[in-house]
Design a protein around this ligand. Structure first.
Ligand code: HEC
Length: 129
C-alpha cells in the first residue's frame, strides 16, 4: 500500500514537472530570433490592427477565437475549429496547420523545429499587443 502511495506521489511530481517545463518553453523563446522567423509569416500577415492581407491581421490574436475578424473571409474549417488562440494552440497550429485544422486555407506547410516555434511565439506575444 505504501509503495502504491509513493508511486502515485512520484507520478504527480513528474506531471507537475512536465507542466512547468511546458509553460517555461515559450518564456524561454528568444523574441529577437522570433522576429526574424516572423518574416515567413509577414508575407501574408500584418501585425497592425485592422489590416488584413492574404491572411488576417494578427493584432490581438492571443485570447481571440479563431476566425473572428469580421472583414476577413476565412475558410469554414477555421471558423468551425472552436480554437482560442493561446501560446499552446498557436504553437500546435504553426507546427502543422493542416493537421490541427484540416482543410484550412493557410498556405503554410509548418515549422517543425520546437525552438524556432518558441522563438516565434515569444515574439508574437509582444508584437501582437
Ligand atoms: C502564404 C500566406 C500565409 C503564410 C505564409 C502564413 N499564413 Fe497564417 N493564415 C493565412 C490565411 C489565408 C489564413 C486564414 C486561413 C483560413 O481561413 O482557413 C491564416 C490564418 C492564420 C491564423 C488564424 C487567425 C485567426 O484570426 O483565427 C493564425 C494565428 C496564423 N495564420 C498565423 C500564422 C503564422 C504565425 C505564420 C508564420 C509561421 C503564418 N500564419 C503564415 C495565410 C498565411
Amino acid at each position: 500500500m505504501m509503495t502504491v502511495k509513493i508511486a502515485i506521489a512520484a507520478l504527480g511530481l513528474t506531471l507537475q514537472g512536465l507542466t512547468l517545463f511546458g509553460g517555461a518553453a515559450f518564456a524561454d523563446g528568444d523574441a529577437a530570433k522570433g522576429e526574424a522567423k516572423f518574416q515567413e509569416c509577414a508575407a501574408c500577415h500584418k501585425l497592425e490592427a485592422g489590416i488584413n492581407n492574404v491572411g488576417p491581421s494578427l493584432h490581438g490574436v492571443f485570447g481571440r477565437k479563431a476566425g473572428e475578424i469580421a472583414d476577413f473571409r476565412y475558410s469554414p474549417a477555421i471558423k468551425r475549429s472552436g480554437i482560442t488562440w493561446t501560446p499552446d494552440t498557436l504553437d500546435a497550429f504553426i507546427k502543422e496547420p493542416q493537421a490541427m485544422v484540416p482543410a484550412n486555407r493557410m498556405p503554410y506547410a509548418g515549422l517543425a523545429d520546437p525552438a524556432a516555434r518558441a522563438d516565434l511565439v515569444a515574439y508574437l506575444q509582444k508584437a501582437t499587443k
